[in-house]
Design a protein around this ligand. Sequence first.
Ligand code: ZID
Length: 229
Amino acid sequence: GKRAFVAGVADDNGYGWAIARALAGAGASVCVGTWPPVLGIFQRLREKGRLDFSLEQGGEWDIEKVYPLDALYDTLDDVPTELADDKRYRGVEKFSIQEVADALEADHGSPCIDVLVHSLANGPEVSKPLVETSRAGYLAALSASAYSLVSMVQRMGPLMRPGGAVVSLSYLAGERVIPGYGGGMSSAKSALEGDTRTLAYEAGRRYGIRVNTISAGPLASRAAKAIGS
Ligand code: ZID
C-alpha cells in the first residue's frame, strides 16, 4: 500500500485533515506531523473521540502515527535551548524536520513515503500590512511557510518512492495584491510558488518525484481565523 505524510494537522478543520482523509479514503496509510504547541490538544481530541474520522464513502479511517513536527527547525542543533523551558514543548522530542525524517525511516524503512503533503504556514505579523512588517516577522513567515518546504523535500525526498508526489498549499496573494494577507505571508506564498518550480526540476531529477502546489480557496480553518483578526 501507499503511505502519505501530511505535515500541518492539529484538528479536523484544516486542509491537512481533508487531504489526509481523502488519501485514507483512497487506501493510503496516513501519518501526520503536528506542531508541538498544539500536539497535546490534538492528542486529547483524538483520545476523546472528538475528531471526525468518517470517510466520504462510508466507514472510518485512522491516523497511522502522529509525529511532533516544528518546521522552523531542520535538525536538533537548530532547536534553541530556550525551548527546553517552554512548557508548550515540554516532554516533546525529535520534532525537527530531520529527526522526523529519521523517525519515519526507523518506523517504516526506506523508501516509505509516496505522498508528502506540506499544509502548514505561520506568519506572526499576518495582520500587519507588508509595509509595516518587521524584518523578524517577515523572515519568520518565510521560514515557517516557504523554507519549510525546501527542507522537507531535502530531508524527506530521500525517503520517497520514485513516482511519488509532494504537494503544498499556496494562496492567490502570492501572485496578486490581496490586502489583509500581510506580515510577509504574501511574500512567503510567492517564494513557495517559485520554489515549487525549482524543486520540481531538481527533485524530479534526483528522486523521480513530482512537486506541485495548489492555490487554495477560502476554508475556515484555525490558521485562516488568524487572518484579518
Ligand atoms: P490549519 O490551521 O489547519 O493548518 C496549518 C497548520 O500549520 C496548523 O496545524 C499549525 O499548527 C501548523 N503550523 C504552524 N506553524 C508550524 C510550524 N512551525 N511547524 C509545523 N506546523 C506548523 O490551516 P489551513 O488548513 O488553513 O492551512 C494549511 C495550508 O493551507 C497553509 O499553507 C495555508 O496557508 C494554506 N491555505 C489556507 C487557506 C484557507 O483559507 N484556510 C487559504 C489559502 C491557503 C487562504 O488563506 N481567501 C482567503 C484566504 C485563503 C483563501 C482564500
